[in-house]
Write a protein that binds this ligand. Structure first.
Ligand SMILES: [Zn+2]
Length: 211
């Protein structure tokens, strides 16, 4: 399952997006958020949707069945708990959420891969950490640098991400880079750059499923 973060209609539907939904570990969170953008205004939701489509195309070409949490970039949501349910109901062999970060910290750059920790079920144990490590390794081998401002060596253990907490399937979330960093923003804004992110993510999913 591919889960492109956010959605193009979120910004104009604050009431729907801000309502609280279950986030796992007894917490609640807003249904969804608008996401970040480059300084020039290229939005995260457009980036994640395009990258997910490119990843899906590559996987489909390899004979891997792909399910998406959203079919276009003009809708609202789905809420984070619903996104997790889509992967659970599909009995997805791997769930990958695709995002980009928006850190204002000076010089902040690089990708990181989040996974649920401590795990809440068996799928969040070894399968999810192996999926996260495979994504991290393949991103690095593809020439992307690990984040210099969050996590460690491109990995980030998280207890606060609803989609990961609520998943009963192997799941990880890729923050492809920092949209507020000029070099990464340029890469994300170009179709060729998005294809590079997508190729790395697709290769990682293929490697994870083959192991
Ligand atoms: Zn995001």
């Amino acid at each position: 399952m591919l889960d492109p973060g956010h959605n193009g209609g979120n910004g104009s539907h604050p009431a729907e997006i801000n309502r609280q939904v279950p986030a796992g570990r007894g917490q609640t969170k807003p249904c969804n958020t608008t996401g970040t953008a480059t300084n020039a205004g290229y939005p995260e939701h457009a980036f994640t949707f395009d990258v997910a489509q490119r990843v899906g195309k590559a996987l489909t070409y390899k004979g891997i069945r792909v399910v998406y949490t959203r079919q276009d970039d003009t809708g609202v949501g789905p809420c984070v708990d619903r996104r997790a349910a889509i992967g659970n109901e599909a009995a997805a062999a791997a769930v990958v959420s695709i995002h980009a970060d928006g850190s204002e910290a000076a010089g902040a750059n690089g990708f990181h891969v989040a996974y649920s920790s401590p795990p809440l079920n068996a799928a969040q144990g070894e399968p999810s950490t192996r999926l996260a490590r495979t994504l991290r390794d393949t991103m690095r081998e593809s020439g992307f640098g690990p984040a210099n401002y969050i996590g460690a060596n491109g990995l980030s253990a998280r207890a606060d991400l609803a989609g990961l907490n609520l998943s009963t399937r192997p799941a990880a979330l890729v923050e492809c880079g920092n949209m507020r960093n000029a070099a990464e923003a340029a890469r994300m804004t170009s179709a060729a750059g998005r294809q590079q992110y997508a190729a790395a993510i697709a290769a990682a999913i293929e490697a994870y499923l083959a192991a």
